[in-house]
Design a protein. Structure first.
Length: 227
């Protein structure tokens, strides 16, 4: 005897919870970005669409297309907002660090980056992952991403020793520091650690602090030996 197949689980309906800081329709574009971000965070990229965003924002289905063109355009705007939020969070953390404390400033920028990835994994993956296409088509996104990297570069360059014997450019050093932080942030975001380790498992905070120490030692190691 055959039995009827169990119905596939239905996706939970999106709760129209007003995102914090929601904009009024006087600035509809910002309102749609807020609701799109809310959908991305709570339902994932597959559930996020122009239609669903318009429904939550309480506007016509064609309204998002007027501002973003298509879903990719809305995703680009959300990613740009993510970069601006990351910069703002770094600025707040840097405000509590002595401007003369170069290592402390680098620590603040790197730790904020890793914390942002853990707090907003869907946004972080959108900002850097393959979900978003035609990135160069969106000046807003390019400018926001460039500003984020420029902030990291601004705290790396004052730490570079002089004279130096290495052949790495300033941008290459800044890029390597970013790559190290990005790699650790991605591993933490996915709950992954080193495949082989000795000793007790380290917490996210411990490995993040170790990364900061490693970067500072590596930068200091670029100094030319005394003659």
């Amino acid at each position: 005897m055959t039995t009827a197949a169990s119905p596939s689980p239905r996706r939970k309906p999106v709760r129209a919870v007003k995102p914090e800081g929601q904009w009024h329709h006087g600035n509809l574009r910002e309102s749609l970005i807020q609701w799109g971000t809310h959908l991305l965070d709570t339902e994932g990229s597959e559930a996020m669409s122009l239609r669903a965003t318009a429904k939550l924002a309480g506007v016509s289905q064609g309204a998002p297309a007027h501002h973003f063109g298509d879903k990719n355009g809305l995703l680009a705007a959300i990613a740009a907002r993510g970069f601006r939020d990351l910069v703002a969070q770094r600025q707040r953390r840097l405000a509590s660090v002595d401007p003369a404390d170069g290592p402390g400033q680098l620590r603040a920028v790197l730790l904020t980056y890793i914390a942002f990835a853990q707090a907003h994994p869907a946004r972080f993956q959108l900002m850097f992952g393959p979900l978003l296409g035609r990135r160069d088509d969106y000046p807003e996104l390019r400018e926001a991403g460039t500003a984020s990297f420029a902030m990291l570069r601004s705290v790396v360059l004052p730490l570079l020793p002089s004279p130096r014997t290495d052949t790495l450019s300033e941008d290459e050093v800044a890029n390597i520091v970013w790559a190290a932080a990005h790699g650790l942030a991605t591993l933490h975001m996915h709950g992954r650690g080193a495949p082989i380790r000795s000793g007790p498992r380290q917490s996210t905070e411990q490995t993040s602090e170790a990364l900061v120490r490693f970067c500072l030692l590596a930068i200091a190691g670029l100094a030319a030996p005394p003659r």
